[in-house]
Write a protein that binds this ligand. Sequence first.
Ligand code: AMP
Length: 496
Amino acid sequence: MNIAMLLEMAVTGDPDRIAVGPRGNDMSYAALRRTSAGAAAIVRARGARELVFAGLNRTTFPVALFAAAYAGVPLVPVNYRLSATALAELTARLEKPLVVADPEFTEIFAGHEVIPSPEFLDSGAAAEAVEDAAASEDDPAVLLFTSGTTAAPKAAVLRHRHLTSYILQTVEFASAGATDAALISVPPYHVAGVGSALSNIYSGRRMVHMGAFDPAQWLRLVREEGVTSAMLVPTMLARIVEHLDGRPADVPTLRSLAYGGARMPATVLETALRLFPDTGFVNAYGLTETSSTIALLGPDDHRAAIDSDDPGVRARLRSAGRMVPGVEAQIRSAGGAVLPPGETGELWVRGPQVSGEYRGLDSPLDEDGWFHTRDLARFDADGYLFIEGRADDTIIRGGENIAPAEIEDVLMTHPAVRDVGVTGLPDEEWGERIAAFVVLHEGIAADEDGLRSWVRDRLRGSKTPDLVVFKEALPYTPTGKLLRRQLTALDGAPAS
Ligand code: AMP
């Protein structure tokens, strides 16, 4: 099955239903199909082997996604915030790209075939459509460059069968009501952008796009557009909570709020649950290489956890929930032994939505088809998954393995702490020592000794930060990932 089939099904179900756009400037399913299939004819006529998308979240994105599928070439969404040099390096790795770029980004792609996105939409609407979905289920549907926080970006290959398996296993066809609307603020160059486009199309929900995230505007759009579901990365939810400053969110239509892409600080989530009392929260855990979500913690689990006095149930607020249908999981020790529930190790996953393939590199799957996520994790006795950070981020202090996340969680519960990142610094005596980079709430004071004792009182002494550095802000990717390795490079940080 090809991803264009998901759109074909939606058109057959209800051609006049609105697929995408804000009220008054929208596009029906039939129009989305016609425009995408018309745009596919342009892609084919230019002989392109890949369709690069360099733009903000707008109607052009789903059009480009399906145009690529109809034309039988992969879509390659790229991060328009990268430097011209970095973008040139990425596009140089493609065979024959045609670039659809928002007008403000077209210049960066000089030397390539470029179509400004408004022109791509207009020409698509006017062109004679490609009638057949050309791609087979084994063809690449999307190439996504990994964020490269630790190494040069790799091009993850998601084939049609990976993405359609994900949608068919997790989304119910035509399940959305006629007035349902999803607000999309995750960037199109992240797997969550691709996943949300496909799942909203398949369920029949109108998509409303937000180009650049802003908390006040996000709340306004939810109210004005009658938004019923939305997806955020943790840094976005933290900004909304901060913006609300204790006031209820007042978003009566918002039934579902999904978050993921990085670890959600428990304090932010607990506050959000209070400020959005009538909204169901969903934690979605996944990776680019797994076609997005592979584990989910649903609304009932969130409310049960927050209302519970049982520490085991309450702890589930920090869980990524249970694996989605079709995805198997194992926790393995560094030596490869499969570990029982309760023990922390590295998470391996397998299933039809798991690709794990990178363009031009050997398959990283083991001989039985398992993919190594490189996340440290454990399951509890009831099958709830707890993600404890990236294995690469582990600090080894005096021979003891320490997950930064555990110390971060404790520091986040200190009333003065707004944000924190913990990392290891090289140390002659201990191998590594623990450094905590802390952002304080405005007007609340805290000093290094106070924060160190806060941790010492709650965790073992060996997990007490050796050093606390106060910062104005911490560095994040647009998808909410802390750039841990940049912490030590920040102004005022100790030389490592
Ligand atoms: P990416 O492929 O860029 O989306 O990054 C995937 C990584 O993000 C995972 O391996 C996790 O480390 C992290 N991640 C994604 N979603 C979650 C989540 N819901 N909770 C904790 N970490 C997450």
